[in-house]
Design a protein. Sequence first.
Length: 350
Amino acid sequence: MNMKKYFAAGAIFCSVFSVSSFSQDIHFSQYNLTPLVINPAQAGAYKNIQLIANYKSQWTSIDPGAYKTIMLSCDGRFMQKKWGGSWLGLGTNIYSDKAGDGKMGTLQASFNFGYHTTLNKQNTLGGALMAGFTQRSIDYSKLTWDEQYQNGTYTVANLTGEEALQGNNKFGYPDVGVGILHQFQKGKIYSSANDQFIVHTGLALFHLNKPKYSFYGTDEKLYTKIIAHTEILIGIKNTNFSLVPGTLYMQQGPSTELLPGMYFRYMLREESKFTGYIKGAALLIGTHLRTKDAFIPSIQLEVAEYSLGVSYDMNISGLKTATSGKGGIEISLRYNQPNTFRYKSAASFQ
């Protein structure tokens, strides 16, 4: 087993067998394309309908099977025509995460129920509840240990000395969270004036029920997670350029994560105002920094109803000794209605 394998095995072993839970939930670098993971109040906040698929592969330079995450989400607005300035926001989110040779997995399905109301022409306020269920699993038979290698030969029947540590191979728990979201908008969106100024600010709490989190039936529990986020769109008047700064902060027990960054957005072409034959398009290029962890260059292409985002985590933490700075690639694909370039709501830059 080479040094990189030791790093991978150690990281996964610690996440399974630690006495106290210091683990964090899954996280994506393109947080503007994972709205329900960040805040349940983002369900139905921006679009009539929004479908997103996400994929992330991390630390494959250490182990090809280190971490792989797939996620699908759907959210939208309901009752808006009937209620006028208020509406229901509903959403669902499903993700699967697999880690290491032992296939340590997390499978979660969650549902989001929210309400949004227009305070005035420039301000909207919303809140939501998240309810979900998570299953954790591991395949102990796929784990290998140094004691199973004797005289240079691996034999699965050799005793490892780790048998007593093997607990249940799966367990599940319910999960509850809440969130609030404020939206501010002024100026004309996607016009030649390009004088828009839009701010989204939200706060969310996850694991409010502090579910038990152990393969061994112990009282180990998940810490409540706090997320604060802000995304801003600043149009540079009378140009095709906009600045899109944002910051994400997460705290879960003793673990914290700060992710500031900015996109530079260029309008490639405007949508034709009457026929819609010419589709609007924009390109976003930017970078974010997960402090003490990773530098994240990214690019997103928007064409009419579709958005494609690609980012790459370049590791800068102590783990870069094993990863050679190679973190992980992330790909996101989004479909939304109404068409982003024809929609004039306070949130249409999302």
